[in-house]
Design a protein around this ligand. Sequence first.
Ligand code: CMC
Length: 427
Amino acid sequence: MTNATLKFGDKELELPMMSPTVGPDVIDIQKLYAQGGVFTYDPGFTSTASCQSNITFIDGNKGELLYRGYPIDQLAEKSHFLEVCYLLLYGELPTSEQLSDFVPRVTRHTMLHEQMAYFYRGFRRDAPPMAVVCGVMGALSSFYHDSTDITDPEQREIASIRMIAKIPTITAWAYKYSIGQPFVYPKNELDYTSNFLHMCFSVPAEKYVVDPILSRAMDRIFTLHADHEQNASTSTVRLAGSSGANPFACIAAGVACLWGPAHGGANEAALNMLREIGTVDRIPEYIARAKDKSDPFRLMGFGHRVYKNFDPRAKVMKESADEVLGLMGIENNPTLQVAKELERIALSDPYFIEKKLYPNVDFYSGIILDAMGFPSSMFTPIFALARTVGWIAQWKEMISDPTQKIGRPRQLYTGATFRDYVDVEKR
Ligand code: CMC
């Protein structure tokens, strides 16, 4: 690979180029400031690779998402979430022995320290479950401080397994707390996803049997959300982790970042928007608003920084929505009708075609979760549950990278230049 030549002023610099296994080449600018005395400017990191990674790859033009090389649609159809967790964490699909070792390693850690039940009670009952999940995840560092030494690979592994095992319990308890029902303890005889549904929907007063169809749909939602390379929350986890912060604190930072409506919060916002539209005849009004530059409204669940084609996760999610609602006998759900018609109209509108705006993963997920009985305040916590493994895989990759440094961006300063302090009476 030849170097890139950069000319500015009277300087000419040779910058090394790097090639990925797939995707665009990269210009290595690490020595740019030392050799040229300049920085680069890229707010929002639209053209900046912040790390080397071999976990997840997105081809935004093709609409392709690969976990360790495997396409998301194949994993969603043929695999299951814990197998995908293994793949993301260790790089290969497990053999049956590896899987039989891994699954109980996770399911043995599903309980929370009993003291944590009291910690929950410090939150107001009306606290958004996402706030509770963020707080409890951060608090794990104070309950499990025997696994916070990031220089010890064994402690990193224990912390990782603990977080993947406990996040369904944390999330289910955030839900139970918000509706005033007793916490339901994990049942390790259930698979990972059924256990989550059990902790959310069972009550001590009645027997609850998890519907395998709903469990499969939920498991697929987990798989679709498990990782998405260097998105905002993952970059937040990496940045927090780059200072050597403990793993629980780093993942809590990821949860906080995911919350925003431009990121994981879009699933809640998308369902709220579909409900607000309400009927198919009101769609043109909302399309017009989305196109109006003077109106801050955006079609939630539409558009993506990387995908300039269909988000492959949205395709699987749409099929799942049809399947779940069909099986529940509510295929005429008005929200699903509005979603499908909105998608059809938007995809034939020049504004959306020119800007390459397609439905993303959040467009249909809320409809499925709503049909399962979750309130919209639980959608983003469920996204956080599923993404925890991706954050951990990326965090572990960063910690074991010998070239890893603290993340410290530069800036284009536009403030006042040096000036002397003026005493208050002279201002
Ligand atoms: N509705 C209407 N117009 C849009 C939309 C939308 N949903 N998304 C982008 N645009 C327009 C935008 O106004 C801009 O137009 P112009 O070039 O005339 O200024 C152009 O498309 C490019 O948008 P951008 O904001 O510069 O693109 P971005 O890469 O910074 O933003 C995004 C990506 C996902 C934040 C944005 O598309 C968006 O706000 N979508 C709605 C929120 C959403 O669904 N988020 C979930 C993302 S997928 C799951 C996840 O990552 O968590």
